[in-house]
Design a protein around this ligand. Structure first.
Ligand code: FAD
Length: 435
């Protein structure tokens, strides 16, 4: 069906890469969250030039544009009632560089595919969202996605090396080029000045400076990465890092080079079952100190949502109402390294309030099953929700040593005040680097 906006967009893109049929618009009206906005058109640009023209079109016609890669966002980041710019088809280049120490990606490259390319070098990207098999690099960077092992030190913000970006006025820069720093200062003078002024204000106010430093030591993926103002001096570096987590609101990420992290060949994984959630929370710090690379907390309600799925550990169904679990993983380059870590675990094991002895496994299938439990938790919780209700997922962050109290309070709050029912599922993401 031809539409007025479709006709106008044909000045930028060929008709076959512009969708305005109702069925296409409805199909694109949701991402993985529960919000719904029907776009006026869905377009599939192939080149930076087309993106620049779309940005100009947006300004000229006062119609917002929103980028989408895989559309796995949970808070409405990749939906719009303007023009939806779909990058999932034509922006999937992946180039390994420096023997796998860095990788160059376009926004439509799927995170898991990038890791498949890196596997033979023993490397992987830092961010490891549970959605990595679908999520693409544009979204991973723009949401500052993190996950189960990356903590706050190996997330998108900290592992991005260079970014090539396009501003709403079409100006294109890359942090890989010294000349572009000069160009940015001259050609985007107003922006350069404003960023510099903001930085000076922040740096000269110790209270604000320290607050930012403190806040970003804990997981913090909500809002702009304002830590860029204290981590970088050069305005273009500040802007490049503000783009990480900006959810596409500041500009278009055309390409990025990421520093990769070690993909340890040896792993030992266990699901530890605790008498209650408080004991599970208390175990996080000693486990992390013992060397665990991942410590994922799941409360009883979350476990209930997956207990009937084929292959789940039988014990889950028998757990008492108060129980909780920690998925714990140790990583090493060699078996010897793992043995040292296991000895550290055994040294603390007697002090953990476990419902049964810890059984670590090195069998890939069993490890994959444990991770399937954790990664499938959100869809599983959604699937067992009461008819007519919806599921909302937002991240909250606490210092690790307050987690037990925080979760107890939250459970009480959801039970007594917000939801007059028993189902509140808490899933927190913990990693060594959060300490
Ligand atoms: C089951 C499940 C588990 C999840 N687990 C995690 C998790 O563990 N950790 C986590 O952090 N998140 C998680 N998420 C949320 C989400 O999957 C991730 O944040 C993911 O990185 C988003 O990638 P995407 O390709 O789907 O991005 P989209 O949803 O398509 O887009 C995300 C944002 O990026 C913007 N964007 C995309 N490309 C560009 C570009 N080139 N330039 C500028 N802006 C752009 C979009 O406009 C949007 O604002 C999960 C989601 C699901 C459904």
């Amino acid at each position: 069906m031809e539409s007025a906006i479709g006709k106008l967009l044909e000045g930028i893109l060929p008709a076959e890469r512009i969708k305005t049929d109702l069925i296409d618009l409805v199909a694109s009206a949701s991402d993985a969250g529960f919000y719904y906005l029907r776009p006026k058109a869905v377009v599939l640009p192939k080149s930076e030039e087309e993106v620049i023209n779309l940005l100009a079109f947006s300004v000229q016609h006062q119609i917002p544009i929103t980028f989408r890669t895989a559309g796995t966002s949970l808070s409405g980041q990749s939906i719009t009632d303007g023009i939806l710019v779909d990058l999932s088809q034509h922006w999937n280049n992946i180039t390994i560089e420096n023997n796998g120490d860095t990788v160059r990606v376009k926004p439509g490259a799927i995170g898991a595919n990038v890791n498949t390319y890196l596997k033979k070098y023993g490397r992987k990207i830092g961010p490891d969202p549970a959605s990595i098999n679908a999520a693409m690099m544009g979204g991973i960077l723009s949401n500052n996605a993190s996950g189960m092992c990356c903590g706050v030190s190996k997330n998108s913000y900290h592992t991005v090396k260079y970014i090539r970006f396009i501003l709403p006025d079409g100006k294109t820069y890359t942090t890989e080029s010294a000349i572009d720093y000069e160009r940015f200062k001259i050609e985007s003078e107003g922006l350069y000045e404003q960023l510099a002024v903001l930085r000076t204000q922040i740096i000269s106010n110790p209270e604000v400076h320290d607050k930012i430093r403190r806040k970003y030591q804990t997981k913090n993926t909500v809002g702009y990465s304002v830590n860029a103002f204290i981590d970088f001096e050069e305005p273009m570096d500040i802007l490049a890092h503000l783009l990480i987590g900006a959810e596409g609101t500041l500009g278009f990420i055309a390409e990025a080079v990421l520093n990769t992290v070690n993909d340890y060949p040896e792993k030992l994984t266990a699901m530890l079952y605790f008498t209650d959630i408080y004991s599970a929370c208390k175990a996080i710090t000693p486990l992390t100190i013992s060397g665990a690379a991942a410590v994922e907390l799941m409360d009883r309600a979350s476990l209930q949502s997956i207990e009937n799925i084929e292959g789940m550990p039988a014990i889950i169904k028998t757990l008492p109402e108060s129980a909780a679990a920690l998925l714990v993983e140790y990583l090493g380059n060699t078996q010897e390294e793992l043995k040292v870590q296991m000895d550290s675990f055994l040294a603390i094991a007697d002090d953990l309030s476990l419902l049964e002895n810890a059984a670590f496994t090195a069998v890939p299938y069993e490890q994959a099953l444990f991770w399937k439990v954790r990664k499938g938790m959100f869809p599983a919780v959604g699937a067992v929700r009461a008819s007519g209700t919806t599921v909302i997922l937002e991240d909250i962050a606490f210092p690790v040593d307050s987690t037990g109290d925080a979760i107890s309070d939250l459970q009480l709050l959801f039970k007594n005040i917000i939801i007059p029912g028993p189902l509140f599922s808490a899933m927190l993401r913990m990693a060594t680097s959060t300490l």
